[in-house]
Ligand binder design. Structure first.
Ligand SMILES: Cc1ncc(COP(=O)(O)O)c(C=O)c1O
Length: 385
């Protein structure tokens, strides 16, 4: 007698970009245009960001890390300066601080939102503090009105690392619209994905300086000079770097950027399904969205309390992978537990360390089907059964 076997479920990744025919047509158009580096498509992306955020200027660059590096360089932050930042973040902002020889000062996060708070930051201000770098954890925004007031009161530069929040807002203020400088990411797993890529936006004078620094200190782009004046007719006004976004990347980024409202709606639907489907599981906390926040849902971040849940975070991740072929991720291993930053902690970071041990990011991306979402909910519930 032949036996009917259940077909094995296809692996469900933690994240996968949603690339459509418009993105493909835009890239092909750029390939056929003969212009591959920063040019018309990157300029369109900068215009779209300026318009959406109401900021004075925008510069499309190779990555969010590049945007952060340029932000510190443009603001002349360097040796002897302190920059206050969360430890529950990706290492990019701290690496950029170290490149300019500034000193990261790490603070704890709020246990509900996992974002930094103005109170924690204010307590860490010293006479050496030059800047505050906030990070909108997972797409939930920090309280930017309060941070703006705090920065102004102390004469500090305010930077938003908005890598997770290309399409989020709080109290009507979009991420990236309040700080002196803000940075976004188009990395392959971000809410608008172009493989790599970043944006630096904000105050006109600072972005202008960043543009010079990110273009070898040259006062015009190759595209601006092309066909109009001798391509060798340029001046180098500062010793800069090369951080411009190519038009090949921008061809993809500009279409993804336009689709953010559609993507965010789908991410929010998935998040709502998880929140109701996972309600009531002992030891598992689902994300809380504060009043006034339009969450960007880069992450659907749950916290698993090993004292009250049947499994700890790592056991849940392993069981989802091994038994159900469902991938998850962790955001983040706190930066102060990583190599060059181990000696930097001068205050306890209990919320950060607890989150670092308990946080798990479930798959939450617009290419997921309703069936995929149900599959994750059933798999998690089964582990708790
Ligand atoms: C909070 C945060 N900032 C910055 C970055 C760096 O982005 P990119 O890869 O575009 O340099 C990341 C990347 O994951 C991130 O999560």
């Amino acid at each position: 007698m032949s036996q009917t076997l259940e077909p094995a479920a296809a692996p469900l990744p933690w994240n996968r970009p949603l690339i459509g025919e418009d993105e493909i047509a835009s890239v092909v158009d750029t390939l056929r245009s003969g212009w591959l580096t920063h040019g018309p498509k990157a300029t369109r992306l900068e215009d779209a960001a300026r318009e959406r955020l109401g900021v004075e200027d925008a510069f499309a660059v190779t990555s969010c890390t590049a945007a952060l590096h340029l932000a510190f360089l443009a603001a002349d932050i360097g040796a002897g300066d302190e920059v206050i930042t969360p430890s529950l973040t990706f290492c990019a902002a701290l690496n950029a601080m170290r490149q300019v020889r500034a000193r990261p000062v790490l603070v704890d996060v709020d246990p509900t939102t996992l974002c930094v708070t103005p109170e924690a930051v204010e307590a860490a201000i010293t006479p050496l503090t030059r800047a505050i770098t906030v990070m909108h954890y997972g797409g939930q925004m920090c309280d930017m009105r309060a941070f703006r007031r705090l920065a102004d009161r102390h004469g500090l530069l305010l930077i938003e690392d908005a890598a997770h929040a290309l399409h989020a807002s709080r109290d009507g203020l979009p991420a990236g619209s309040t700080a002196d400088l803000s940075t976004f990411s188009f990395y392959a797993n971000k809410v608008a994905a172009a493989g790599e890529g970043g944006l630096l936006v904000g105050c006109g004078e600072l972005v202008h300086r960043a543009r010079l620094l990110g273009r070898h200190g040259i006062d015009s782009s190759a595209w601006q000079r092309h066909g109009k004046r001798n391509t060798a007719d340029y001046e180098v006004s500062v010793p800069g770097l090369k951080y411009v976004m190519s038009d090949l990347t921008a061809a993809l980024a500009v279409v993804q950027y336009d689709r953010l409202p559609e993507f965010t709606r789908r991410r929010a639907d998935i998040a709502a399904a998880y929140t109701s489907g996972l309600a009531g599981l002992p030891g598992l906390s689902t994300p809380v969205v504060l009043p006034g926040v339009e969450h960007g849902w880069f992450l659907y971040a749950v916290l698993i309390d090993p004292d009250t849940a049947p499994l700890d975070r790592d056991q849940v991740a392993a069981a989802l992978q091994e038994r159900h072929q469902i991938s998850t991720s962790v955001h983040f291993k706190p930066v102060h537990l990583l190599g060059p930053y181990r000696d930097m902690v001068h205050r306890p970071l209990p919320v950060t360390e607890r989150a670092g041990a308990r946080q798990l990011s479930l798959p939450c991306f617009p290419a997921m089907t309703d069936h995929d979402v149900d599959r994750v909910i059933r798999a998690v519930r089964e582990l708790w059964a």
